[in-house]
Design a protein around this ligand. Sequence first.
Ligand code: G3I
Length: 334
Amino acid sequence: KDLTPIKDVYQNDFLIGNAVSAKEFEGTRLELLTMHHNVVTAENAMKPGYAYGTYPEFDFTAEDALVTDAHSAGLDMVGHVLVWHQQSEESLHTDANGDPLPREEALANLRNHVKTTVEHFGDRVISWDVVNEAMNDNPPNPSDWKASLRNSGWLKAIGTDYVKESFLAAKEALNGKDVKLYYNDYNDDNQNKAEAIYQMIKEINEEYKAENNGELLIDGMGMQAHYNLNTNPENVEKSLEKFTSVTSEVSVTELDVTAGSDNVLTEAQEVEQAYLYAQLFKLYKEYAGDIARVTFWGLNDATSWRAAQSPLLFDADLQAKEAYYAVIDPEKYI
Ligand code: G3I
């Protein structure tokens, strides 16, 4: 209870966020959430597959309840995610035989999904992850970003311009509202993948800028930052350099650092994990002018999607780990 709030330490640098489900909004978990963070992302609830009751009927009841809970707790909300190959609705782009829908039909579905969702939430979210994980993991020829795209249902039905079309639909639906539009992806420290993403954002933004008085279509790059003890902060910095040169902001959207195994973290692993967190936050602070938000992907190890590898700042009993102290005072750990 007498811990320093993380959001206070970084109040002049960037927002501090976490990932939530509906069950986070009570008791000690809610206390921890509001004490340390300014903003939350739905870990699952706002993914495209949950936007429908019986497809194609939209049903945002659960999403609306979550947004209301967040706002009542004084937390801003990030929209995650509009267009993704997972936790989505196959019928948007694929027919009953598993074949891609005709391009025009899939494109109409894409536009309708994005428009309806973005209009529904309006400025109740501060940003949207518009397209998530469109790129292959380690593309061998990253200068050709189109050839580096994941062979998803959207790509098969529409082609490589589904990425730009998603952003165009979101931009139009916002109708001038100040909600930032993000591209979001993992393995963001892999330089081949970072280069392919950089090329994609650069081309899409340059085309749009030329026709729209210098305005950007893709405002931000979301570096998911699902890291591990082998992650090299120098690569993270190289990626930050690339991404900040083609966007107006970057956010760290899903940060965690795996360390132990089988729910056990040795003392040595805990120290090593804290050291990497310290290096990362030292770096993030140096880029504070470009970084809008740093979001952790879960409140504590027990509820993490990678629980067995104890990746977060608080342990199973919600007690602060070394990693928490490293985030609070990175210099002391380096
Ligand atoms: O809701 C069902 C429940 O009804 C069912 O009983 C249960 C049985 O397995 O599954 C539940 O769904 C699970 C869902 O989380 C909600 O808890 C899925 O199985 C499970 O696969 C899903 O995992 C999520 C994963 O995305 C799906 O890809 C993780 O919680 C979530 O942390 C993770 O988040 C993603 C980001 O959105 C994008 N970047 C990568 C990141 C980590 O994979």
